[in-house]
Design a protein around this ligand. Sequence first.
Ligand code: C2E
Ligand code: CA
Ligand code: CA
Length: 593
Amino acid sequence: MPQQSDEEPMMFAEEDGASEQELRQDIWRMLIVDDEPDVHTSTKLALADVKILGRSLEFLHAYSAREATQLLRLEKDIALVLLDVVMESDDAGLGLVRTIRNELKLLELRIILHTGQPGYAPEIETIHDYDINDYKTKSELSRTRLYASVTSAVRAYHQIRALDQLAFYDRLCSLPNRNRFISLINERMAQPDHAAHAIAIVDIDDFAEINDALGHQHGDRLLQVIADRLSLTFGGEVAVARLGSDAFGILGPTAALDPERLVALFQRPFEMPGHTMAVTATSGLRHLSDRGISGLEAIKDANIALKRAKKSRRGHYMFFADEMGDEIRERVRLLQGLRVAMDSDRLFLMYQPQIRLDTGKLMGVEALVRWRNLDGQLVPPDRFIPLAECTGLIVNLGEWVMRMACHTLRQLNKAGRPPLRMSVNVSHIQFRNHAFPEMLAAALEDTGVDPSCVELEITESVAMEEPDFIVALLTRLKRMGVSIAIDDFGTGYSSLSQLRQLPVDRLKLDRAFVMGLSDSDHGGRIAATVVELGRNLNLTTIAEGIEEEGEARVLHELGCHEGQGYLYARPMELPALKEWIEAYEQKRSLVQE
Ligand code: C2E
Ligand code: CA
Ligand code: CA
């Protein structure tokens, strides 16, 4: 018989004093449950010298289903139970089978049922549902039959264990893996004392760099010594698992899982063959205090805390707090809502007039996107634009805005009035999208607007990146006939030399430098500098966020050309805008008369 198990004791050969757990690698534990003491004696006798896959059997004994249940709760690694059906009651044995599978969740454990009375045989379905290996009447159980039955059950157990080992253990670090860690948490959550427990995810800082710099073998070895130290430090009632390449999971009583111990653990360097290495780790922790949390959710939450800690407390730790999850859930909800909104006309545009500061003439409008969610509330663009940007949704959203804005422009510019300009915000993500120029060209063409009436607002930070790329792109766009404004000007770090190269038409002074311009000169210097810069570069300037007469006056005195803000009008939907324009023009013509 091939002695497969020979290799296994080797794994522990380096350690003196193998623990009880490891010694069990040499035996198969078999539980005999029968209310007749004779059966215990005869079974033991019959199987005394048997070796299965090189290991002999160890016997445990219970004389009732109740006793067996208690024993199974305490004892680990039992391979097989030989079970009498009729004991304290006619179906005590079947009751125990249900307890084993459903309550104790001992799914690896193999079961052989037997009974003295043929009439008590379980149904085929029961045998199948409860994964019962064999059913025999006692008269059928000759020594050879018993031997054959036990052998095949133990082999089956061995196979199941081997598969589980693959599915639930990490070989490199000899630790439970992520799957196993999840079920360990679930098992813990099923216990009444789970609230006194916590989990931690310990992530090695810069492990990828270490791996690249020193080679994978070295990296593997480092993980092993870290795993060893984690197990040694926590050990006992705390479970350590390997969750991913350089992340470990720890589950244990809150009192034992002290994060300061984690930090301290990484303060001593790790001994590697030939040298020592200092590494740090960052941890995310989560209390298992909530009622219904699953293992998977607990890990997700700890990961959220870990990500936070990586950002702000590298080398330390952070506990998960409900708000962290709320924020992320909120973002996910928002994103789902936005996807729906884009498909169901819940997005719309508002338009805010732009006015010449010297004459008060209406020059154009800026299109500002709005989202009314299903509850009827307006979600501010400052919240959903960044989300649309980081998911790429902005490309479609931006195209929609562009087409809608052009469509409106076409309507506004129909009626014999001096043509208005339509300013459209273009996100940096959109701007970098290689298909942007084609998209713009198609939108202009399809709506039939005069391109010289369309202005793109790009932010200063975009305009200042990768000069070669930006200059080429802007040149191409300008050739289509559109004009270009640099939005939020003053908030970035433009260099004059760079700005000089850019084919742009307008600088848009950010709201921050307009606020309070009238009553102090705080910020006034920046406004003056921007206007001055514009003049030197031959660019017009427009100021956004003008709320007070005084601000408009100062800006005008500085030489700023145009203005936009609540002083003139709030952003309006198209019908309101049309009325506003009507009324505004009328008022102006009256004043001029
Ligand atoms: P922005 O381009 O700087 O737009 C100006 C913002 O200032 C608008 O906010 C506008 O409603 C607001 N505003 C106008 N006048 C005043 C004023 O007198 N006082 C004050 N306190 N605020 C004023 P809004 O509409 O909430 O837009 C916020 C930002 O969202 C915009 O900043 C822009 O960056 C972005 N955004 C809006 N629509 C679009 C869009 O269609 N595409 C892209 N990519 N971004 C957009
Ligand atoms: Ca803007
Ligand atoms: Ca702005």
